[in-house]
Write a protein that binds this ligand. Structure first.
Ligand code: G3P
Length: 226
């Protein structure tokens, strides 16, 4: 299967920000699509689960879920199954985000079910050690995000460039098929450029776009040095 996102990957996580409530998710996704079309840079979006279908039906850029639960279709009230995420039109999912952590064996089961639905998988890790553990499980991407830098104003590429380099080196050693994203505090084109120069295949970011007074200008800046 051709990967719906590839280097340089820009993945915007809408989290549960008020700016993503209801139709606002679609508005931000449309801005991402328009910047993506104008620039030719692939931008993927992760709206809240309840907006996945509405967004995926309306935009042509890759849409990912923020999470899936380790449940098959059936008697699983309230859980978000990989099957329903795929049916909603998403092409992939985050797993084990720092704000939605699960044990490794749950990650493994989410990966198994997601792959069965041909979903692209992005497993998050807070440090190099966890990134390596996750890479061994065989996701498409590992995203390293030091939790203490998430939502802050200093990019991981400035505050801790070594964690990005070390994750890339260690993950490639364990499984050369796994691509690496980095995230936390990414807000500018210089941050994205630095991430790529450190060896990452792209970035996973949230507040830089979601809390921006002008998301379009921020997105244009983010891709400006590619
Ligand atoms: O999933 C993205 C993330 O946790 C980083 O958030 O706000 O630091 O870009 P932020």
């Amino acid at each position: 299967m051709t990967r719906p996102i590839s280097r340089p990957a820009i993945v915007v996580n809408f989290k549960a920000y008020r700016e993503a409530d209801g139709l606002k998710s679609l508005e931000i996704a449309r801005i991402c699509q328009s910047v993506s079309e104008e620039s030719g840079v692939r931008i993927a979006v992760c709206p809240p689960a309840v907006e996945l279908g509405a967004v995926a039906r309306e935009v042509g850029i890759p849409v990912l879920s923020q999470n899936v639960d380790p449940h098959a279709p059936g008697s699983s009230t309230g859980w978000v199954t990989p099957s329903m995420v795929a049916a909603a039109g998403a092409v992939g999912t985050l797993i084990n985000h720092s704000e939605h952590k699960v044990p490794a064996k749950v990650v493994d089961e989410c990966l198994r079910l997601s792959k069965a639905c041909e979903l692209l998988t992005v497993v998050c890790a807070g440090d190099v050690k966890v990134a390596v553990e996750m890479a061994r499980l065989g996701p498409d991407f590992v995203a390293v995000e030091p939790p203490e830098l998430i939502g802050g104003d200093v990019s991981v590429t400035t505050a801790d460039p070594r964690v990005v380099e070390a994750t890339v080196e260690s993950v490639k050693r364990v499984n050369g098929m796994v691509s690496v994203l980095c995230g936390a505090g990414i807000k500018t084109g210089a941050d994205v450029r630095e991430a790529l120069d450190l060896g990452a295949d792209g970035v996973l970011l949230a507040s830089g776009v979601m809390k921006s007074k002008d998301p379009r200008a921020t997105l244009n800046d983010l891709i400006g040095l590619l």
